[in-house]
Design a protein around this ligand. Structure first.
Ligand SMILES: [Zn+2]
Length: 340
């Protein structure tokens, strides 16, 4: 039977701004749903690890941490969307510590893991906070594995509806960390185009799969099955890390991607099966976005069941909107350019 561990960010509710969509209720809704299902109580809760400075400073500019330390409240780096309270910097460090701890557990025990990171991380670049993110949790987790456990092949798959520009930025020159992203364009942060493929030694180790609005479930499934999984088989990662954001769901207020809970669970199941066959089952998920509470809780339960190899439910069903097929030529172009 699969082992699944969780990280819960103690004290995260102190990172809060009235009326902001990135709110504590998101993580609480997920936790409550997992408790009700019984999965939470059967799972091990992982505590944050302390992360060497060298790891932190490989992920973000030292000046970035100083800036966060000195910004007591309000906004940081001139980004009006990214709020900060007097507790936020510590909570961001705690979130990154929890991400690294789950990655460590998954690596050492060949298990599955789901870190309920908050604040989220995938928009934070080497130099700056943006898009509700201060410290890039999944990047810290990946770098921690590389530096502390000598990994040389880590795959990151970003399934949040927004491009993981921060993660891409941090590892853009690297071949030991392969970054994949399925996201909506046009949408914040307006990056992640097909021709962004990495730089220098990292060229060919960033794969962006932008989808137009209203692409729906089939586009995401086809992107995973015909692009990401074949590339994973060629790259042969030792572990897979996933930035999981539930904001591609049709009921989410911040996007128009029309994905269902069932689609999220199918994607995770496919990646989980690939991990079982090819990298000793090592798969860790890190929470990013998702702003409808019912979607966050329902999808978290469904993907947790997928990780455990169990059947899942989708009470929210499919969207009534008509899905476009404008994504088909884009996927064809990516397959051609990447020779897949
Ligand atoms: Zn997002």
């Amino acid at each position: 039977m699969n082992e699944l561990v969780f990280f819960y960010p103690e004290g995260h509710e102190k990172h809060f701004q009235h009326g902001h969509p990135e709110r504590p209720d998101r993580v609480e809704a997920i936790k409550n749903e997992l408790i009700e299902s019984g999965i939470w109580n059967e799972a091990e809760l992982i505590k944050p690890v302390s992360i060497p400075e060298k790891v932190y400073y490989s992920v973000h500019n030292p000046a970035h941490y100083e800036n966060l330390r000195n910004s007591r409240r309000g906004h940081v780096d001139g980004d009006v969307e990214t709020f900060l309270t007097e507790h936020s910097f510590q909570l961001a460090l705690n979130s990154a510590g929890g991400a690294a701890a789950v990655a460590k557990h998954v690596w050492e025990n060949s298990s599955k893991g789901f870190a309920l990171c908050r604040p989220p991380g995938h928009h934070a670049t080497f130099d700056q906070s943006m898009g509700f993110c201060m410290i890039n949790n999944i990047a810290v987790a990946a770098e921690y594995l590389v530096q502390e456990f000598d990994l040389s092949g880590v795959a990151i798959i970003d399934l949040d509806v927004h491009h993981g520009n921060g993660t891409q930025d941090i590892f853009y020159d690297r071949s030991d960390i392969f970054f994949f992203s399925i996201h909506q364009i046009p949408l914040y942060p307006m990056s992640g185009f097909i021709n962004e493929k990495g730089r220098g030694d990292g060229h060919g180790y960033t794969m962006n799969i932008p989808l137009p609005p209203f692409s729906g479930n089939n586009a995401r499934l086809e992107a995973l099955e015909t692009l990401i999984l074949p590339k994973l088989s060629a790259y042969k990662p030792e572990i897979i890390l996933i930035s999981i954001g539930f904001d591609a769901h049709w009921q989410d207020p911040l996007s128009q991607q029309l994905a269902s809970v069932d689609n999220y669970a199918k994607l995770i199941k496919l990646i989980s099966d690939w991990a079982d066959e090819n990298c000793s089952g090592r798969l860790a998920l890190f929470l990013e976005g998702g702003y409808d509470l019912k979607v966050c809780s329902t999808a978290s339960l469904a993907i947790s069941k997928a990780l455990l190899g169990e059947e899942w439910d989708d009470q929210l069903g499919e969207s009534d909107y008509h899905e476009t097929d404008q994504w088909k030529p884009d996927l064809e172009r990516i397959r051609r350019e990447w020779k897949i």
